[in-house]
Each structure stands twice: as structure tokens, then as C-alpha cells.
Design a protein around this ligand. Sequence first.
Ligand code: SF4
Length: 206
Amino acid sequence: MTKIDEVLAYFDEILPNASCELEYTSDYSFLFAVMLSAQATDKGVNKVTKILFEKYKSLNEIALANEAELIKIVMPVGLGKNKGHNIIETAKVLLEKYNGKVPNDFGALVNLPGVGIKTANVVRCELFKEPSVPVDTHVARISKRLGFAKKDDDVLTIEKKLEKLIEPNRQIKAHHQFIHFGRYFCKAKNPDCQNCKIKQHCKEKF
Ligand code: SF4
């Protein structure tokens, strides 16, 4: 068994149902949740989006929102001014150019205000089930600790390495499992090394 097969088999054992923890009810509500999640926790984002989508019940209402009022709602997740502004501007573009739908096209997504490569990849992975392994802080840390990436690799390099290692039909699940393993087991501080069954592959010494 290769290292990646062993790691994924272990993840299947401890995290069989790992999935996206951002709550959403529509394509645009997922896109906005991902935009809000930059440097924030999914829990914090879920609290904010609950209030946000109770107040603004459609994409149209978001596009017409009073910017200061919307910013006040998203402020708790940090970078509220930028995020709030970008959400309103993106809502306008979705309505004007894409018939109110989130486009399944990488180039179109990264051209939306405030949407970067990672957000675009997460959206394509979750909404359109496009195989990929978007790299967040957890995926990056686990990849480095397990030696799938080098210490100084950037997120795009790590993403490419993981996508080369993991079969396309396994990538979406692996993406969620890496995140959950990082969030609940192999935390940045005080990882649960004592109970870790893949420690033979780990480069960290705790
Ligand atoms: S041994 Fe510890 S640091 Fe290494 S992968 Fe396991 S939990 Fe993470």
C-alpha cells in the first residue's frame, strides 16, 4: 500500500462522513459563505450567514442592500468591510451576467469581486462536484506533516501535488477528510499524536 492509500484508508476509518461544514441553501449562499470564511471559522461563518440570509432573502435583495447595514452583519467574521462590499458587488454581477446563477467556470468565478483561486476551487468542488483538492490551512499543515508537501510549498503547489497523488474520483472526499483531520485530530497546537495511527509517516516530532 502506498503512503497516500494508507492515509486515506485511515481517514475512511476515523472520518467516514467528513463533509463541508459551511451551511447553505443555494448556490449563491454557498459562494458567499466561502467568501466570508477567509481567515474565519466555519462555525463563525454559519452564525453570520444565518442572520444574513434571514434579512436578505434573495440575491436581488443582497444586490440592493444598504452596504453599511450588510457590513455590520458580516463584521464578526473579520475583514467585514471588504467581504460585505464584495458580496454586494458579486450579487450584482451574478444577476447581470449569469442569470442569478453561480457559474461553473473557473475563469468566470475568479473574475467575481473578492473571489480568489481557493474560493473558486472550493465552490467548484462542492457545488459542481469537480474533482480537486482545494488547500486551506488544515490541508496545508497535514500535507506538510505527512510529507506530501515540502515545508515551504505554497498552497497552489500543495494542491497540484495532492491532485497528482489522489485519484480524481477520491479527491473531493479526501479534501474534506484532510480538513476534518486537521480540525479535530491533527490540530496546529497539541495534535492527538498519541492516538494517531499514521504517525509512522509523520515528519513532525511532538
Ligand atoms: S503523529 Fe501527530 S502531528 Fe503527525 S499526523 Fe499524527 S496527529 Fe498529526
